[in-house]
Ligand binder design. Sequence first.
Ligand code: CR1
Length: 826
Amino acid sequence: VVGPTMPVRNPVAQGPVNPPAHTVDGFVEAFLRELNFGQGVLLSRSTVNDQYLALARTVQQYLVAGWLETGARRRQGDRKIIGYLSAEYLLGRQLDNALMATTLGEIAEEAMTQCGLDLARLRAQEIEPGLGNGGLGRLAACFVDSLATLDVPCIGYGIRYEYGIFRQTFVDDRQAEVPDSWLSLGSPWEFPHPERQVRVAFGGRTETTTDEQGRERTTWIPAWDVLGIPYHYMVPGYRNGSVNTLRLWSAKATQAFDLQIFNSGDYAEAVRSQTFAENISKVLYPEDSTPQGKELRLQQQYFFVACSLHDFIENTLPRDFDLRRLPERIIFQLNDTHPVIGIPELMRILVDLKGFEWDEAWDITRECFAYTCHTLLPEALEVWPVELLGRLLPRHLEIIYRINDNFLDEVREAYPGDADRVRRMSIIAEGPQRAVRMAYLATIGGSRVNGVAELQSQLLREKVLPDFSELWPDKFTNITNGVTPRRFLHQANPLLSTLITEAIGPSWVTDLEQLRGLEPYADDAGFREQFQAVKQANKERLYRELRARDGLELPRHAMLDVMVKRLHEYKRQTLKLLHIVSLYDDLISGDVSPADMVSRTFVFGAKAAPGYYMAKEIIYLINSVGRTINEDKRIEGALSVAFPANYNVTLAEKVVPAADLSEQISLAGKEASGTGNMKFALNGALTIGTDDGANVEIRALVGDDNFFLFGLTEPEAEQLRADGYDPKAFYRSDEKLRRTLDLLGSGIFTGGDASASAPLVQNLLHDDPFMALADFRSYLDAQTRVDEAYRDSDAWTRSAILNVARTGFFSSDRSMRDYLDRVWLA
Ligand code: CR1
């Protein structure tokens, strides 16, 4: 369908036309044109949505020239391209980011004022594309931002879900989910290219024949197919004119409906196959870290990977490109196991469609992929039942079998007589149900494997893939995650950003290690005062937002203690809840008077996967406890709890800059990295945390004096489990814990109904899989140290400044350089 691009004779039309003038007048003119000619309305008759859409399109005009130029530059050169394959991109709002990248913020503000409009109001109109669940999807968004800023050629490949992560609401303190129809008011940031559609096949069977030379050739005869339509999004670098592409695929039926059935009057049946096909990109699976293993999910994975590989080979590479040189031009980075089916897909393309010999195809394929593992939870490693994979992708299953056979021969050769090892390392798990271990396939079929923080990479080698790291020690590496300083410091925290720039100049935005230059300012009383004023202003900005958004009223002066992340037992929101209940117990029992307590406002933000029962019980109890505490006049406002619904990137941008204390309290050995932890430290919150994930590296950098460490270490937790962990023993031996749990279970938070808190309380007492009770005492002690530190506001501020100064390492620009050095160009 993709025709050759038209050769253009007229030299005037060779390059992009000029963007509008970078002036208020130029902007106003372009905006009114978009409003009149794009939206078809007059300013005087336009709605806020019209205005927002026209504004978005206007800002885009400034970006497009850079995009077209970057594309042309990339096509002429022969640099290796990073094909980032990710099932999720949690992008956040686009308008602010685009304004920042183009330095149009002030111009746009003034231009809107001249049109009688309020820029802030138009910004608020944007529904963020929530095409991801949490850390993994947000990481992908940070990475593509950094690659554009570093001017590294990258195409981000993913799925254009029609519905992103659900919108969370609370009904009677319980989570309820509403579909996220982010496209419903228009989608100004995307460029659909239906003419570049790709056909993706599923099902059917294979046929093997022998040709004249006696070579076996296999053909896949699929049963059904769908079309993938690419939608392009611009990914602007920070003020460097470089704009990369994010290419998200949308599924479309090959046939809209069956005309014969339609004519016979069965309308539902006539469109059945269309509905079926288009379901593929309908909705994001809302599980974070714990896959569900559903057939539609495998369809999604193969769908976007097949589209992407086809698109790169057939439409991005020059015509007649010699595929033996493919590894010189592309490296596909596998963002967790979700895109791993790309490995057999590339083998299929090379062997079945392009006529390569198996061994040569395999050498090429291995060089074209690298795998990032984002987890330590065994249940989070994807496995697909052989039966399902074989039914949906019969040819791929055959290819996986052959990869496995060859690999196991290699294992037998390396370890003669070690049958148990062969069984352990097989891609196919034999019982209880035969299944394909996608992490193994990725490790075997990729050139590199990396974890996302030092500790996790170590545990990945030692515990998750020990046999593989023994066989190929050099294949494994660590690349600690990072976050983009553009969105999460410069844009989200303009006041701090200005303060930093006044102190050390502006280039920290693209060279975050320069924050080191702030260290001496920690001892400067004047700077500390300004820093404190920024924090206070950020808190007030958040409180205004929470009042408008959620009707919450929060005290102006209290320590802001924040825990925002997906709801998961291993992350231990429960431990935070126990702390809150214990403080409340101190107050109502009279042990501590409200005046003597360090006032705290607790902010939670967390979505639970809709099918995750215990996570939803925890949400219910946080809301119940919060309501009770907020309404209790006896405690004189010493404690308050805010749980705004629907935590997302947009809200994060307000919450993170306001926080005093960042809660990173997972059980050691469970949180692969965390990236929220980095955002908070960079914005001058102090961390209370366990020795887990990237916390370890944060603490090493900021220093023990500027970090509140508590809890079991990973080896200690393992030992405790091996010795037979008994949560009841902790309950019996610690009076405070007993009182806290008894109070939580008493029914006072749940309208007198003790049974309403029983699921969680009983789980903690009898099972407590993530050892909240074991860490309770240590956590409480650390919180007491937090209180003491907070009372000395000068010393606290000094620590906060040092947190900012010492965490420049956590820029995703650094992560990207590490990937370039250790994986992509290694
Ligand atoms: C991890 O749980 C990590 C992000 C990004 C998550 C979190 O600790 O910061 O990935 N893993 O690397 C995940 O979502 C599917 O696994």
